[in-house]
Design a protein around this ligand. Structure first.
Ligand code: NOJ
Ligand code: CA
Length: 556
């Protein structure tokens, strides 16, 4: 496997709206990100992915772009963006933007022109079909945010357009070479500004099964998940190879795909040496417990399921390329709330789940607030939710027969709002995020869980993440931490997740994924203890006694 400039780094996702607000309007902004670059450098971050800051009506919080060439005034200006790129560079931090090109906003000029003249050139930028009242829609696929993927084209009663996500996010027609050229021009325009690369949104959806046709319904709404369509479609690789060659590869830019439902045999094409992306997120742990019926039917992952999913992903990517490893992002629950049982979210347990994930082979991505152990926020009223996806899943739960209270309780743990609450900088009002009214309420636990309380405290979650990152950069261990092969250890021992990282040296990573003590046989003598989330280490001759939630990294 070829070595790449970004392999040894640690990446960090910023959700700008909730990171730091500098002008008191309750919305995080680019000046807020610039002002925290020193903080990110102190943590050890070298790649920052910004969720979208382009002009947008924010129907889906910026994943609905109305102008790819400008910054939304709520986030700042183009000058701020340019300053962020150059100030990042001074600190060794590459800035990566979100690339949302499966769809744009219905307020984008392309869509407005398409509505004005569906038979003109911009009509070909979208999927628009004739339809008359009483007729069947062109296909029965369900949009990710609920309901059919088709809606009436604004200004028309006899035409519909396709949207895989919200109706304010019309899908772009990648079959049209003119559209593809426009996209590549835009990507290169940003790369010419010195951007480090892109995180590529929802990209697997750009190839549709054409001509549109009905597929077997999977719920009583008569609709079918788009995932069924994706499984039957070929050809996305052709578009993505072309995009990489026309853009990223020319700049040696970093690219990380939001790729779900990929075909295993395609992995080398995606993240191999000459893959079209540098990396892709590994969502295998996140997929545990999902149920096609809806969030109300989802279940929390167990330690054993987590371990199996992680090891399977490590095996799939071994010798091929680097997955990007996460425990959370802006679409998912907080990792510590999702993977740890209720009542077990101690600092030690938070470090364990973070450490087990961070030490896997691949590129570690932290999501803002993860480094201080931010948690889900309990919500009891529908009015407390902002996220469009959650509002749809509430309806799905009601249709399945749950009461209002049951529906809220069932969907709340999976709401995308959990990860979107403002960053908890300190224990002052609004967690120091804003002097105004935050756009989304702060998690009430900010008085105890905040950066100020943890910075400089040796046993804090924050300082633990700093140690993990510095181990990854430590000249003596970096080769092993970055490139060492992963080999599961004592895999059959329940609720123990342990693995070797074998490179120039041999590291043993172990986490006791339960509250009870357990012994792990030692594979040989310990040469050096590198990390321990507890004060004590009970090493007997042939076994290591691990306290509940204990996590260690040792050289053996
Ligand atoms: C994935 C993004 O991460 C999510 O936030 C968004 O809603 C969809 N793609 C649509 O762009
Ligand atoms: Ca602001």
């Amino acid at each position: 496997m070829q070595k790449k400039w970004w392999h040894g780094k640690t990446a960090y996702q910023i959700y700008p709206k909730s990171f730091f607000d500098t002008n008191g309007d309750g919305i995080g902004d680019l000046r807020g990100v610039i002002s925290k670059l020193d903080y990110l450098q102190e943590l050890g971050i070298e790649i920052v992915w910004l969720s979208p800051v382009y002009c947008s009506p924010l129907a889906d919080q910026g994943y609905d772009i109305s102008d790819y060439y400008d910054i939304d005034p709520r986030f700042g200006t183009m000058a701020d963006m340019e300053e962020l790129i150059s100030e990042g560079r001074k600190r060794g931090i590459s800035i990566v933007m979100d690339l949302v090109v499966n769809h744009c906003s219905d307020e984008h000029v392309w869509f407005q022109k398409a509505c004005a003249d569906p038979d003109g050139p911009y009509g070909q930028y979208f999927y628009i079909r004739d339809w008359h009242e009483g007729e069947r829609l062109p296909c029965n696929w369900r949009s990710y945010f609920g309901g059919p993927v088709w809606d009436l084209l604004p200004g028309h009663t006899d035409k519909v357009y396709f949207h895989a996500f919200h109706k304010k996010q019309p899908d772009l027609n990648w079959e049209n070479p003119l559209l593809r050229r426009e996209i590549y021009r835009m990507i290169n325009w940003w790369l010419d500004k010195g951007l480090g690369g892109f995180r590529i949104d929802a990209i697997i959806n750009i190839k549709k099964l054409l001509p549109f046709c009905d597929l077997p319904a999977d719920r009583d709404d008569g609709l079918c998940s788009i995932k069924t369509m994706l499984a039957r479609t070929d050809g996305v690789n052709v578009f993505l190879r072309e995009m990489a060659e026309e853009t990223f590869h020319r700049y040696d830019a970093f690219s990380v795909g939001e790729v779900f439902n990929e075909k295993t045999e395609d992995l080398p094409l995606i993240i191999g040496d000459d893959g079209y992306f540098s990396s892709m997120f590994d969502f295998s742990e996140h997929l545990i417990g999902m149920d096609a019926r809806g969030w109300y039917a989802w279940t929390q992952p167990t330690a054993e399921e987590y371990k199996r999913a992680a090891f399977t992903a490590q095996k799939r990517s071994a010798g091929v390329g680097f997955f990007s490893n996460i425990i959370e992002n802006h679409d998912e629950p907080r990792g510590v709330s999702h993977y740890l049982p209720q009542g077990e979210r101690s600092e030690a347990a938070k470090k364990m789940i973070g450490g087990l994930n961070f030490m896997l082979r691949g590129l570690p991505f932290l999501y803002q607030g993860q480094e201080i152990g931010m948690e889900n926020m309990d919500r009891w009223e529908l009015s407390q939710f902002d996220d469009i996806n959650t509002l749809d899943e509430y309806k799905v739960a009601l249709r399945a027969g749950l009461s209002h209270e049951e529906a809220i309780a069932a969907i709340s743990p999976y709401s995308r709002d959990n990860a979107r609450t403002p960053f908890q900088w300190d224990g002052t009002e609004n967690a120091g995020f804003t002097t105004g009214i935050p756009w989304l309420p702060v998690n009430p636990n900010y008085r105890t869980v905040n950066l100020l309380q943890q910075r400089g405290r040796d046993d804090s979650v924050y300082e633990f993440y700093r140690s993990l990152i510095s181990l990854r950069k430590n000249a003596a261990y970096a080769e092993t931490v970055v490139y060492g092969e992963t080999e599961p250890y004592c895999c059959g021992q329940r609720n123990l997740m342990a693995y070797f990282r074998r490179g120039e040296r041999c590291l043993l990573v172990a986490g006791n994924f339960q509250k009870e003590v357990q012994d792990m046989p030692m594979p040989g003598p310990m040469k050096k203890l590198l990390l321990n989330n507890m004060d004590k280490l009970e090493l007997k001759e042939k076994a290591l006694r691990l306290e509940g939630w204990q996590f260690v990294v040792m050289e053996i």
